[in-house]
Ligand binder design. Structure first.
Ligand code: SF4
Ligand code: SF4
Length: 436
């Protein structure tokens, strides 16, 4: 089968939120969706949006293993669904999203001069009353990770024993997020009305508005919390991967407007018969490799022929051969999935940020782009590898390290090429490039 997938290169995200705003103007600028951001950009470390969505014990998203060894969505089970028909305790509250607020500009511009930075929280007019706002789509904006963040960030908390941060070691980066258009979508599995479905032609996951009955099991069942309830229409809504644009051969709005040009779109061919087995491998740390094992090589004539005979258009098979997404994921292995341990087989992958080396280990070079340094100093990167592994590989540092080493080697190689210096054969060979 064919799947539209996305890779985002986190080194290039500047946190400008252009993607969020253009997406909102296109898809969620209607009453009932004020709080909904199909695309949001989180500062990491941080709690994300909605607040604490990665705390799977709190929200009970994702999948669980039954006593019989079968995988079921956490919110599955007709009895449990009925019990929650009128009260679903696993839904984030509106406070975990936010209510749009207006700043008190009068106080901001009219306050007398003082010695301190203003610290007053923003206020929102809710029911005509000024109300303190306690969270928003990027509340953590520009706060670096330090000791104070250990309690707030669920991923950092998990790796806290290994990552003991001092303020001088603080770090931050941006993580843009959309629906993952998963190969094994729990939102589809939990919907009692059959309103959520995965399109057979391109894998895009959509909500049939006519069938949705507002159960909101998809909101609690999605571990990435990427389904939103429209409280005006009483229906669920989510990222559509801009399917009308995709059908017209155009990129998604977020990809087209991205200031950093960091979003790659492409077609991936995969074997649906391998998905169930891959999603239920015992050890979470095997999930990254298991998902890679679902993807097919379109350059293999047998794969291409089988794809076309199953109804995938010739153009799509050709697109899969040229797909930058497939190359970044499968050939170069620099892109990694977000939280594979949720077992939904996400299809928006990330090139992890290659942060600079922070300690004297950088002797002989001035930053993380010197391959020799990075090979010896992976523990001295500004962003701890364990933290990235908690995001992208269920805690296994090896694939993250391999990706960072390749990125460092590629950057070093291209720098030499662009400066007209002779390429280092060892570096060129390590990224699969010839010396030219
Ligand atoms: Fe469904 Fe959530 Fe996966 Fe999107 S990210 S396909 S809403 S389970
Ligand atoms: Fe990052 Fe691009 Fe979004 Fe700006 S538009 S926040 S660079 S993903």
């Amino acid at each position: 089968m064919a799947q539209i997938a996305m890779v985002m290169n986190l080194d290039k995200c500047i946190g400008c939120h252009t993607c969020s705003v253009t997406c909102k103007q296109t898809w969620t600028n209607r009453p009932g969706t004020e709080y909904a951001w199909f695309n949001n950009v989180e500062t990491r470390p941080g709690q994300g949006y909605p607040r604490g969505y990665e705390d799977q014990d709190r929200w009970k998203g994702g999948w669980r293993r039954t006593d019989a060894g079968r995988l079921k969505p956490r919110s599955g089970g007709r009895g449990r669904r009925l019990a929650r028909l009128f009260s679903n305790p696993e839904l984030p509250a509106l406070d975990d999203y936010y209510q749009p607020w207006t700043y008190d500009y009068g106080n901001l511009t009219g306050a007398p001069l003082g010695d301190d930075l203003p610290t007053a929280p923003p206020r929102s007019l809710i029911d005509g009353r000024p109300t303190e706002v306690t969270w928003g789509p990027n509340w953590d904006d520009d706060l670096g990770g330090g000791p104070g963040h250990l309690a707030g960030d669920p991923v950092l908390r998990q790796v806290a024993d290994k990552v003991r941060l001092e303020y001088e070691q603080a770090f931050m980066f941006y993580l843009p997020r959309i629906c993952e258009h998963c190969l094994n979508p729990s939102c589809v599995a939990v919907c009692p009305s059959g309103a959520l479905y995965k399109r057979i032609e391109d894998g895009i996951v959509l909500v049939d508005q006519d069938r949705c009955r507002g159960w909101r099991m998809c909101v609690s069942g999605c571990p990435y919390k990427k389904v939103y309830f429209n409280h005006q229409t009483g229906k669920a809504e989510k990222c559509t991967m801009c399917y009308p644009r995709i059908e017209a051969g155009e990129p998604t709005v977020c990809s087209e407007t991205c200031v950093g040009r960091l979003r790659y779109l492409g077609v991936i061919l995969y074997d649906p018969d391998r998905v169930g087995e891959a999603a239920s491998v015992e050890d979470e740390k095997d999930l990254y490799e298991a998902q890679l094992g679902c993807f097919l090589d379109p350059h293999d004539p047998a794969v291409a022929a089988a794809a076309e005979s199953s109804g995938i258009p010739h153009d799509w098979v050709e697109a899969a051969k040229r797909s930058p997404v497939r190359a970044l994921i499968s050939d170069y292995r620099v892109a990694l999935p977000l939280h594979p341990e949720y077992r939904t087989m996400p299809m928006v992958w990330y090139v992890p940020p290659l942060s600079p080396i922070v300690e004297a280990l950088a002797e002989g070079g001035h930053d993380g782009e010197e391959t020799g340094n990075l090979f010896g100093a992976i523990d001295a990167l500004r962003i701890p590898v364990d933290y990235l592994a908690g995001l992208f590989t269920a805690g296994d540092p090896a694939p993250v390290e391999a990706s960072l080493r390749t990125l460092a080697a590629m950057r070093s190689h291209m720098r030499r090429v662009n400066l007209g210096e002779p390429p280092d054969p060892a570096i060129a060979a390590s990224v699969g490039m010839d010396e030219a």
